[in-house]
Design a protein around this ligand. Structure first.
Ligand code: SAH
Length: 226
């Protein structure tokens, strides 16, 4: 889980005790980081505000070099490494270099945050499917199938959608989803300071602006948000 160390699985805790080098990034909470081996070397490879983040290529090179030197390397990410986490890319690089790996599933922000907020992502007779999408594709103008995304009876979870929230919600309305559809923004999901800002497709962007949201956030759209 991105924030709450209680969401770490037993297997994750075991491997955290084995690794002598840990490469971690922003979305890993200090409380989770605190569970690694005491004498492990910690290396931050994420974004620091105002600075450029370590490039993915540099991270890949570092992973390969450290593993080749005989270290047990832990690549620690927030949530699930395979959900918008570039875990797949890093796994491919390791495979190309013949480095043995093990992937530990994590609880992605959508699932952890929704549960803590008491929001079921699917609900009988209300929502029959759930989709995880990235808001970046909206800003980059990628052709998403909006008609499909705007269909009723499903839950949409938007990652990386804070900056583009107004545009995204408007696109869903334009594509036919009811303006009254409930929507919620979860900030700092699964952290002790998790915040939930409730609204509808029509007014959530405004409410979020008024609430001065700063932390990592996801948006959940669908009847389940009510
Ligand atoms: N692998 C991560 C997602 C990484 S993509 C996971 O499974 O959760 C980064 C985006 O994830 C952020 O821009 C934000 O939209 C979302 N995110 C990550 N941690 C979050 C948290 N604690 N609360 C809310 N959203 C979070």
């Amino acid at each position: 889980g991105p924030g709450d160390p209680d969401l770490l699985t037993l297997r994750a805790l075991q491997l955290m005790q084995k690794a002598n080098i840990v490469l971690y990034d922003n979305l890993v909470s200090p409380q989770v980081l605190d569970r690694v081996r005491r004498d492990a070397t910690l290396e931050f490879v994420g974004k620091r505000s105002g600075y450029k983040s370590t490039s993915q290529e540099d991270i890949n090179d570092l992973l390969v070099r450290l593993a080749r030197e005989g270290n047990r390397v832990l690549r620690l990410k927030g949530g699930d490494p395979f959900i918008f986490g570039r875990g797949g890319e890093e796994l491919l690089v390791a495979a190309e270099h013949g480095i043995a790996t093990e992937v530990i599933p994590g609880i992605t922000a959508a699932m952890g945050g929704a549960s803590y907020a008491g929001i079921p992502l699917t609900h009988r007779h209300v929502s029959q499917s759930v989709r995880f999408v990235t808001g970046h594709s909206v800003e980059q103008g990628l052709n998403m199938d909006w008609a499909e995304l705007a269909k009723a009876g499903q839950t949409l979870v938007i990652y990386m959608g804070l900056v583009g929230i107004e545009k995204i919600l408007q696109r869903l309305i334009d594509a036919g989803r009811e303006v009254t559809t409930p929507a919620v923004l979860l900030e700092n999901a699964t952290f002790p300071e998790q915040r939930e800002i409730f609204g509808s497709l029509e007014d959530l962007a405004e409410r979020v602006l008024a609430a001065d949201v700063q932390g990592p956030s996801i948006i959940i759209v669908g009847e389940v948000a009510a």
